[in-house]
Design a protein around this ligand. Structure first.
Ligand code: IPE
Ligand code: IPE
Ligand code: MG
Length: 246
């Protein structure tokens, strides 16, 4: 295992009740950098350690899927230099990390639009990482890249139409099966960093019954201990799914 920082799991976490799928909105990179008098992009760069640590934390908990929000369909409005940096950074991160993740049994997939705005070389790297890791079974790392929850639903509806599904046959299952990764169970827990209490178009369909945990920690400071704390918080929640507590 290439875990850079093997860390024991706290006894307070009940191993049989670890959420199978967790989503993370990795926010606060710009503020982290600005507080240090650095360029915003340095904050994105510093987030790489957080991501790797979080992935290994998730693996050590036995999670089956981790979806991370890396770039939203709305993030294109940022200054061109920042967008360019983010494209290069995400491509570099994949190149740097895919082999160790592969060795540790992680399947890499992407959610989002692979449209003309994403540079072709980045798309090529994404395909390579998917191909390299496609048989891995331990955990799926789903990278939400050029992702929007509304765009995902729009894309599913487009597929319903092109599949000529009649109105009477449109139901939740028909929509769900046309989302980007219907094979993944819905996330049970969504964590957002940086003290913002919003969803920002992340996993809108899939999060219907997710538990939400917000933390003030800025993404570049986030480590697996913060993930463990979020899981503890999750385990204290009472999930009812519209029913009543027995
Ligand atoms: C999250 O950090 C990374 C992306 C959205 C790509 P931000 O860049 O949004 O950082 P803040 O929110 O401005 O601090
Ligand atoms: C959400 O963060 C998107 C990602 C983390 C990739 P933003 O920083 O873009 O969200 P808003 O603009 O604060 O809602
Ligand atoms: Mg932000």
């Amino acid at each position: 295992m290439s875990d850079p920082r093997p860390t024991p799991i706290p006894d307070s976490i009940e191993r049989s009740k670890v959420p199978r799928h967790v989503g993370v909105v990795m926010d606060g990179n710009g503020r982290w950098a600005e507080r240090r008098g650095l360029d915003r992009t340095e904050g994105h760069g510093a987030g790489e350690v957080s991501l790797v640590d979080t992935i290994y934390g998730a693996l050590s908990l036995g999670m089956k899927a981790l979806t991370v929000y890396a770039f939203s369909t709305e993030n294109w409005v940022r200054p061109v230099d920042e967008v360019r940096y983010l494209m290069n950074f995400n491509q570099g991160l994949l190149q740097r990390r895919q082999h160790e993740l592969h060795a540790d049994g992680v399947r890499i997939v992407f959610s989002g639009r692979q449209d003309w705005r994403v540079p072709r070389r980045v798309l090529k790297n994404m395909d390579e990482a998917v191909e390299l890791t496609k048989k891995n079974k331990k955990m799926t790392l789903n990278i939400a890249f050029n992702y929007g929850g509304r765009a995902e639903i729009v894309d599913a509806v487009r597929r319903l139409v092109s599949d000529k599904v009649s109105a009477a046959r449109v139901d939740e299952k028909a929509i769900r099966s046309r989302l980007y990764h219907p094979e993944l169970a819905d996330p049970e827990l969504i964590v957002r960093t940086s003290g913002e209490y919003r969803i920002s178009n992340f996993l809108l369909w899939e999060m219907a019954y997710a538990e939400l945990v917000f933390t003030d920690v800025l993404w570049p400071d986030f480590r697996r201990e913060d993930l463990f704390r979020a899981v503890e918080e999750f385990q204290r929640r009472q999930r009812r799914f519209g029913g009543i507590t027995p």
